[in-house]
Design a protein. Structure first.
Length: 473
């Protein structure tokens, strides 16, 4: 097919259609509908196919983006899905939840004034369509090997590792303490960003590929790590990071103050088929005046969940300005459309309660940005005499997460960094290998809380490292 490389001059970037705000405010369904076929082809055709695809380099799994955009333009759905799976274990998930404005689309040459190609939406839609047409990964030509690997954690890092191992004939047995696979994809990211049916289908696909899941099994409690290490040829650790930061605010124990993840999990569980986990009861903020503290993806998910639960008002308070918010721009815009009010340059000082011990507000001080910290981000500094009380009847804390490595790791000679991440990207012989040669690690527990796509990239790298390790034995 002859390509018109000036297509982008005639065809503007158009995002997939969104459901109406009225619907979005009350339902937990994904907010984007698929693009009509003609629109998808036209959007894919906007790709310039530049000789040096920056999008590919900015994508942590280095997807073959221009090539599959061309296949999308030509309507070759199955071939596009095949190609996407050569570099990515969960392309339909990444198309939905990657912060594309900071990754592939942020690097698109057309992002300079013309509007980046809608890479993420096309990725999602092509894979969804391929599945709908019955396409499944074909492992019929794979020769089975003798080795078996225990994967601990069924989040994106663990799943990606198991996927690459299965495609290379290695038996992967994935352990997770939760009753469903997905990690934070299932028990974190709400269904209006990632429908739970996406992971249900993935579980079927991975199971058909020969991956075995042992769910509802907490390693270190229901089964010892020593048993796993002794009975498998290698172990991949992908336990994530779950120690919630709380800013050590006074008043955290007040009635009406909630940590973000239990709030999100409690809400998600009632929308899922399985028996709810009793440690995450539903937290309902209907009719409450909600203040969410934080500015990342977790905070965005909490404000939008609060809207859908029927909160009277929802405010997101963040200590830097909008340009320095870590949350995806797209999700901030979606939250605004749904009625969330953003208050920037505010530092919470204390949670204030009424005489019954119920939260009544958050004492705040205004901030201005000072010099940059070690990571180059400007530090917020308090403005003198600017304190005030922001009224609230519910406060959700979404300050982020720190590593919480289990104690048994060090007993098994797995070295940690000073702040608790597993060391697996250093001087070891094989990719993602820890200081114990038989144990590999990846995802948030190695990087610190990060992204789905970086966890996938490390899970895949670790599988390659494990295969090289087996070849050397
Ligand atoms: P996880 O996804 O955390 O998976 C770890 C798994 O290990 C869990 O299933 C856990 O149950 C299991 N586990 C832990 N300990 C044990 C044990 N002892 N025995 C058995 N199993 C165990 N990233 C994005 O790119 N886009 C987003 O929109 C986005 N939104 C987010 C929203 C929220 C609310 C949060 C909290 C994070 C979000 N992230 C987002 C970040 C992203 O979800 C994580 O970076 C990613 O899931 C990390 O993957 P992982 O596999 O390392 O860990
Ligand atoms: Fe973009 Fe994420 Fe897809 Fe890579 S995986 S192309 S960063 S949406």
């Amino acid at each position: 097919m002859n390509k018109n490389i000036y297509q982008f001059l005639d065809v503007q970037r158009i995002d997939p259609p969104k459901r109406s705000v009225e619907e979005r405010r009350i339902e937990f369904k994904e907010i984007y509908d698929p693009m009509p076929g003609v629109q998808l082809k036209g959007q894919a055709d906007r790709c310039l196919d530049c000789g040096n695809p920056y999008c590919e380099w900015q994508c942590p799994v280095h997807n073959y983006i221009p090539q599959w955009l061309e296949l999308a333009n030509e309507g070759r759905v199955i071939e596009a899905a095949e190609l996407m799976h050569k570099t990515n274990s969960l392309p339909e998930v990444c198309g939905r939840v990657c912060p594309q404005d900071r990754l592939c689309e942020g690097a698109c040459t057309l992002n300079d004034g013309f509007g980046a190609v809608t890479i993420g939406s096309i990725e999602k839609q092509m894979v969804d369509e391929a599945f709908k047409q019955g396409w499944r990964p074909d492992l019929s030509g794979v020769t089975q090997r003798q080795e078996r690997v225990a994967v601990i954690g069924a989040g994106p890092a663990g799943l990606a590792c198991a996927d690459v191992l299965a495609r290379n004939g290695v038996k992967a047995v994935v352990y997770d303490r939760y009753p469903e696979i997905g990690g934070l994809l299932t028990y974190g990211i709400p269904p209006f960003k990632l429908d739970k049916a996406v992971m249900t289908l993935r579980r079927e696909i991975f199971t058909d590929m020969g991956i075995e899941f042992k769910l509802g099994v907490e390693v270190g409690k229901d089964i010892s790590f020593a048993d796993l290490e002794a009975s498998y040829d290698a172990v991949f650790l992908a336990l994530g990071t779950y120690k919630a930061l709380d800013g050590k605010l006074k008043g955290l124990n007040a009635d009406g103050v909630y940590p973000a993840l239990p709030f999100l999990i409690g809400n998600t569980q009632r929308l899922m088929a399985h028996e709810p986990m009793s440690q995450y009861p539903l937290i309902d903020v209907k009719d409450e005046s909600v203040v969410v503290l934080g500015g990342g993806d977790t905070a965005m998910d909490c404000v939008r969940t609060s809207i859908r639960q029927g909160a009277k008002s929802v405010v997101c308070a963040y200590r830097r300005d909008e340009g320095n918010m870590p949350g995806s721009r797209k999700e901030v815009q979606n939250a605004r459309e749904e009625g969330v009010v953003f208050e920037f340059n505010l530092q919470p000082l204390e949670i204030v309660t009424d005489e019954t011990g119920k939260v009544s507000g958050v004492k705040m001080v205004r901030t201005e940005l000072g010099p940059a910290d070690d990571e180059g981000r400007r530090r917020p500094q308090a403005v003198a005499e600017s304190e005030f009380l922001m009224p609230a009847t519910a406060v959700i804390i979404a300050f982020g997460y720190q590593p919480n490595p289990p104690e048994w790791l060090q007993q098994h000679k797995v070295e940690l960094s000073n702040w608790g991440t597993v060391l697996a990207t250093g001087d070891t012989e094989f990719a993602m290998q820890t200081s114990n040669p038989k144990i590999f690690a990846g995802g948030d527990m190695v990087r610190g809380a990060d992204l789905v796509v970086t966890a996938i990239a490390e899970g895949r790298d670790a599988a390659e490292g494990i295969l090289d390790y087996f070849d050397r034995l």
